[in-house]
Design a protein around this ligand. Structure first.
Ligand code: PAF
Length: 283
């Protein structure tokens, strides 16, 4: 696996592979790779000749008071895991590769509407930071396909919309959430949890599964179910930001007749904020 740290090096490495007519799959990450990321890499490996990963902790998607400074940076372990996963090219840009003019007044990419609900209501600048960096990374890597996890479901939909509306020539593929044995969705932020918090964290997934079962068994009063789920989380010692039942295709509130739904949640455990979601299908 080749590691490049500057844009010029990346472009040369990509050119070399393009000249060999390679199909390129791209997995953008912020590093601190876990089994969830490695599943994305394995999927990329299965659909392309050349697998490119980026590791960049993007300052633009962190709000004031969020965990940018403390975000885990584990490059040596990440490189070893990516070599094991048979990745071809690792791009580890510096901040001035991505934001040559600084981040204060940089050109941004915004997907309005979807960027303001659910996670966006609690992290108002987050998705604009994500779309801005992903658009740049797509322009730099010029992949045929990019792979994202369903754990960040809202991010996945926003990126799909960005790609469609900006006519970006990249296919977006989604990979199911990878979970610990007790159901906790894998996340770099799980590492922040203290032992007692870690014991409580799987309650998010259990609560989402309860909501799924109620809806699939014919429950219709979604606001009441969402409120009950928040109470269930609070009773387990979590501090919920939201539990919300939405339409899978666009995260709108479900209308009569919608059959493909999703329930999403965000909750705090101490200083750690966790998100998760579960799909619901009404037969
Ligand atoms: O999902 C993530 O890790 C990040 O939001 C991404 C897509 C790498 C952009 O920084």
């Amino acid at each position: 696996m080749e590691t490049v740290s500057r844009t010029a090096g990346l472009r040369a490495a990509i050119r070399k592979r393009r000249a060999r007519d390679c199909r390129i799959a791209f997995v953008p990450t912020m590093g601190n790779l876990h089994a969830g990321h490695l599943r994305l890499v394995a999927h990329a490996r299965s659909i392309a000749d050349c697998v490119v990963i980026s590791i960049f902790v993007n300052p633009l998607q962190f709000g004031a008071g969020e965990d940018l400074a403390g975000y885990p940076r584990t490059l040596a372990a990440d490189q070893a895991a990516l070599m094991e996963a048979d990745a071809d090219l690792l791009f580890v840009p510096a901040e001035d590769d991505i934001y040559p003019g600084g981040i204060a007044a940089t050109t941004t990419v915004v997907v309005p509407g979807l960027n303001a609900i659910l996670e966006g209501a609690h992290r108002p600048t987050h998705f604009d930071g994500v779309t801005t960096v992903v658009a740049r990374l797509f322009n730099m890597v010029q992949p045929d396909v990019a792979v994202f996890g369903e754990k960040d479901y809202q991010q996945l939909l926003i990126i799909r919309r960005m790609v469609t509306e900006l006519c970006m020539p990249v296919a977006i593929e989604a990979v199911a959430t990878v979970r610990e044995a007790d159901g906790l969705a894998m996340s770099s932020r799980n590492g922040y949890l203290r032992a007692r918090e870690r014991g409580r964290a799987p309650q998010i997934y259990r609560t989402l599964l309860d909501v799924k079962a109620r809806v699939e068994n014919g429950g219709k009063d979604y606001p009441a179910m969402e409120a009950a789920a928040c109470r269930q989380l609070a009773a387990a010692g979590l501090d919920p930001d939201y539990v919300s039942i939405r339409r899978q295709s666009d995260l709108a509130s479900p209308a009569a007749g919608d059959r493909a739904l999703i329930v999403l949640a965000a909750a705090r455990l101490g200083t750690t904020r966790l998100i998760d979601n579960v799909k619901i299908s009404i037969s």
